[in-house]
Design a protein around this ligand. Structure first.
Ligand SMILES: O=C(O)CCC(=O)C(=O)O
Ligand SMILES: [Fe+2]
Length: 479
């Protein structure tokens, strides 16, 4: 899940002087963060998506910011390529490979060709947001204080422009929420997230309506397994593994022996060489991030690095879990690999991986090392992944003692990290809705714990992608 780091935002100059109006600018009202101020909205009562209009101040600031970036980059005037699309595709690949400076040039260049290119505005906002989190190798991680504020202010404007230009898309508003949250503008962040969810829900309702049964669930043969049953399979690469079903709702599986030692070693090595970002313990502000004592890094998906040592791991896993459903746009697309390294004692509190705006249909959590049980505290303190509400039949009620409390080891599913295993669970139910029982946690680790999250989306509308493969792939039953 994207980290949300909260720091108090200094009162900043939010309103720059408006400059000349361009044709793509429309509204001229006094707004903050792209919406008209009104008493009821300020009280947070309205969840209406009023991001489909754009204030002239915001658009003027965004245009000025792009122009000054363009000047700073000393880009030649746009000439040869008439279309922004190829530039955006290259920029997205550069961003995924953490080449921030190159991504910036390309996005800015794309906007010089087409000022209405939503993907470029969104990409620039994502880039700046990631900069301030230190998730890029370039200079950016160093920027703190005022520089950080400036980056986030620009990211706010860019996300608002993108949200206006693609009114059916949730991604820009989800990002806007993250950016505002980072600025300490929590109420505004909530509005943006709510509006993103509204957009996402409408989108998934429409898509789900046209799907055959099971489109959102596990593919065969995982689908047919009952809880407690297992089946011996082979990865497309030929490696044998065993799939075992752990819960019915949500569908939860463990794929035993799925990754190879070489793949795990390569992931760990690359993550340590990548800009690992610490998720701080509190003090200075990360009270609201429910991770403790861990660091995170992103590694490129096979889309941008088809030759990476973990590309076939991700492709094979995508193949095993989701049905290839022609009507569903981009089924089996994955984000970049999200590596988490927990120090002893590190943990990740209960959370959902998916929202309508961030439709992570399936989580494949690759365990990269063995974590021993805690000799004193026992179950639930060995870095297990816990899904407290997971149940063994569709109709079963969630567990819990008389007091209604759920306990690791008694309730739900508790999966110990074992090198090579992959935990698979589905965050969308058969109706294409987010499944609340997919709530999960990383329990306190007794020792160093390394995992890699592979999030497979129903649709991949942001910069991270995995090239879908042709028909004919999929796990083979070992006879
Ligand atoms: O570390 C774990 O066991 C869970 C990690 C997780 O849920 C996440 O990174 O989203
Ligand atoms: Fe998670």
């Amino acid at each position: 899940a994207p980290p949300r780091i909260l720091r108090p935002a200094p009162p900043s100059a939010r309103r720059a002087a408006p400059s000349a109006r361009e044709s793509w600018q429309e509204h001229d009202s006094s707004t903050v963060y792209g919406r008209a101020r009104s008493a009821s909205r300020d009280a947070g009562e309205s969840a209406a998506d009023d991001y489909s209009t754009l204030d002239v101040h915001v658009s003027a600031r965004a245009a000025a910011a792009v122009s000054s970036r363009r000047a700073a980059l000393a880009l030649a005037p746009p000439a040869s390529e008439p279309s922004a699309a190829p530039l955006v595709a290259r920029a997205e690949a550069a961003l995924s490979a953490r080449r921030g400076a190159e991504a910036e040039r390309l996005f800015v260049d794309a906007l010089a060709r087409d000022r209405r290119c939503a993907a470029a505005w969104y990409g620039l906002a994502a880039l700046l947001h990631e900069h301030q989190h230190g998730g890029l190798r370039d200079d950016a991680a160093a920027s703190g204080g005022a520089a950080r504020e400036r980056l986030l202010a620009e990211a706010t404007d860019f996300a608002l422009v993108a949200a206006r230009l693609e009114p059916a898309e949730p991604r820009a508003l989800a990002l806007l929420g993250d950016v505002l949250n980072d600025r300490g503008e929590h109420r505004e962040a909530c509005r943006a997230w709510r509006a993103a969810e509204e957009r996402g829900r409408a989108r998934w309702r429409a898509i789900a309506a046209g799907q055959p049964a099971g489109a959102f669930g596990p593919r065969a043969p995982l689908r047919a397994l009952r809880v407690g049953e297992s089946v011996a399979l082979r990865r497309a690469s030929g490696r044998p593994f065993v799939a075992c079903r752990l819960a019915a709702r949500p569908p939860v599986y463990v794929l035993e022996g799925f990754s190879t030692e070489e793949e795990r070693a390569a992931i760990v090595e690359a993550a340590e060489a990548a800009p690992l970002r610490a998720v701080p313990l509190s003090e200075g502000g990360d009270d609201h991030d429910d991770r403790r004592g861990c660091e995170v890094a992103w590694l490129s998906s096979p889309c941008t690095s088809p030759a990476s040592a973990w590309a076939s791991l991700m492709l094979d896993a995508a193949d095993v879990v989701l049905p290839r459903c022609g009507a569903l746009p981009g089924a089996a697309e994955a984000e970049d690999l999200h590596v988490v390294r927990y120090a002893p004692g590190g943990s990740y509190g209960l959370h959902l991986d998916a929202t309508f705006a961030v439709p992570r249909a399936v989580t494949v959590l690759h365990y990269l090392n063995d974590v021993p049980p805690d000799p004193e505290r026992g179950e639930g303190f060995g870095g297990e992944t816990w899904l407290p509400h997971a149940v063994a039949s569709q109709s079963a009620e969630t567990g819990g003692a008389d007091n209604g409390r759920l306990t690791p080891g008694c309730d739900g599913v508790l999966v110990p990290p074992r090198a090579g295993d992959a935990l698979v669970f589905f965050s969308f139910n058969e109706h294409g809705e987010v499944e609340p029982a997919s709530l999960h946690a990383g329990r306190p680790a007794s020792a160093l714990k390394l995992v890699a999250n592979q999030w497979i989306r129903l649709e991949l509308s942001d910069r991270r992608g995995l090239v879908p493969r042709g028909p004919g792939f999929g796990p083979r039953v070992v006879s």
